[in-house]
Ligand binder design. Sequence first.
Ligand SMILES: Nc1ncnc2c1ncn2[C@@H]1O[C@H](COP(=O)(O)OP(=O)(O)OC[C@H]2O[C@@H]([n+]3cccc(C(=O)O)c3)[C@H](O)[C@@H]2O)[C@@H](O)[C@H]1O
Ligand SMILES: Nc1ncnc2c1ncn2[C@@H]1O[C@H](COP(=O)(O)OP(=O)(O)OP(=O)(O)O)[C@@H](O)[C@H]1O
Ligand SMILES: NC(=O)CC[C@H](N)C(=O)O
Length: 543
Amino acid sequence: MRIALAQCNPRVGDVAGNAALLLQLAREAKAQGAALMVAPELVLSGYPPEDLLLRNDFLDCCAQALETLAGDCPLPLLVGHPLRRDGRLYNAASLLRGGRIEGSYAKHCLPNYQVFDEKRYFHPGGDELIFTLEGLRLVLRICEDLWCDELPLLSEPGTADAVIVLNASPFHRAKQAERQRVAARRAREAGAAVLYANLVGGQDELVFDGASFAVDARGQVIARAPAFASELLMLEVDVARKQWWGGPMAPELSPVAEVYTALQTGLRDYVQKNGFSGVVLGLSGGIDSALTLALAADALGAERVHALILPSRYTAAMSIEDAEAEARKLGVGYDIIPIDGLFDAYLETLAPVFAGRAADVTEENLQARIRGALLMAYSNKFGQLLLSTGNKSEMAVGYATLYGDMAGGFALIKDCPKTLVYELARYRNGQGEVIPPRVLERAPSAELAPDQTDQDSLPPYDVLDAIIHAYIERGEGRTEIIARGFPAATVERTLRLIDRAEYKRRQAAPGVRISPLAFGKDRRYPISNGFHPWDPDCLQEKR
Ligand SMILES: Nc1ncnc2c1ncn2[C@@H]1O[C@H](COP(=O)(O)OP(=O)(O)OC[C@H]2O[C@@H]([n+]3cccc(C(=O)O)c3)[C@H](O)[C@@H]2O)[C@@H](O)[C@H]1O
Ligand SMILES: Nc1ncnc2c1ncn2[C@@H]1O[C@H](COP(=O)(O)OP(=O)(O)OP(=O)(O)O)[C@@H](O)[C@H]1O
Ligand SMILES: NC(=O)CC[C@H](N)C(=O)O
């Protein structure tokens, strides 16, 4: 017997479109001889539907679509959807068989950490859905249920042959290994195979990597779908012998390749799901915009990407040469628009008001803001989405100009620390050189003042990134980070910069989450905040 895991890419809110996609996949699965198709968690609404779930009209639409799908579906289908019952809302999955909704299951364990806030919307379920398919006994679980040790996969070992898990499990680095480990352990405990169907595709800041798989009752992976691609993964079972085998085993991507592909997927789907014809970005000759350009060209095709090179008096000739070389190598169209005329006009206009004041960061930021205005003008005129190019290190310490280089609708690499930006650029060049090597070798500079480098105002990026990682992702405090061997003054200054930049992060564009703790939903800090963990006196009682 064959079971198809439908690793697919729904669009949040497009219930009719998602139902049509499921129907089309169900026909394909049937044509390939499947006896059952399994579609991911909340696939009918898309995941996460967020506060759409608070709307009755949206829930009506989902209920109607489920009824229709049950009537039309050419083979038994397990499908995830929101379910209203007795005035309560559940994160549910239903078995559609024989033209009707045969039974439903509600997720028991509702994740409420990181980007998840399912307790805001759903009630936990309490019942089981166990059914038989051509003699095979199957039981249902939904995503977090698999991770939740308090919930046995089977109420009693041996009561089912396989556990089917519907998932909306977003990507972060090294997530797939974690999923396979958990599934293998749980399969061995339950003495049953685990069939794991995941979503794929980008949804705002989240990227779902798919990589659906199955493990047998001994915990051996028997089949795996590719990451970041739609796929009908076919599993075969000999019902009498309880033996499983699968189709091709997709290779696992290297740690840097998976991030590169996640960024491409997140951008491609953001552009497509929001109806943009293409993207535009400011190309400086620095590493961040070079990587963003390469990612955009790889994700969308060079013809859907445009670059503006916007030099000022502080821009080195080498930067313009490198920016042009990057655009040419990738086949991306570009314009060069010098900004000195506009900069002079601003300085002249402000001169009477600023009389007697020394030049400072104000003038630096003006250049970034002139660029932001020109890029937004291009975006408006040509209907292209402006990509901002800030990385996680800059987002952390506020090293970016509001309404300047922070202008833009999508901040593609905002969850990539600068050290990872270099790694990704080297990886991309390994597939064919598109970034001139000296861009990787030069000291990074904002080029907003004479002979400026980032390291005039920030610690070296390897130190900065290690401190950011310890503070943000590991949640360590001042003392623990200093104990890692970093100078106290550097640690205190960095933590202070991080806390002080919260207001900027709240105003930043969304971007692809690739870490388990990205700025945004994962980390919700107050802006007006009197807790200063960078200050050794902070925890002392005020006298
Ligand atoms: N809590 C708060 N809530 C709301 N607004 C708050 C605020 N605290 C300050 N502000 C406001 O924020 C503004 C200051 O922020 P902003 O104008 O952005 O300017 P600011 O952060 O002072 O300066 C920008 C920094 O980013 C660096 N930079 C700029 C451009 C590119 C790069 C790069 O290499 O990538 C680096 C630049 O060298 C400089 O260190 C002020 O108007 C201030 O009133
Ligand atoms: N001369 C320029 N022409 C076009 N865009 C620019 C120019 N300078 C800065 N920008 C835009 O502003 C962003 C921030 O630039 P900046 O050079 O200040 O910082 P950075 O972090 O070193 O970025 P990059 O590494 O891309 O240069 C750039 O990535 C780019 O999008
Ligand atoms: N949708 C969910 O329940 C996701 C939670 C789960 N632990 C995951 O990310 O894989």
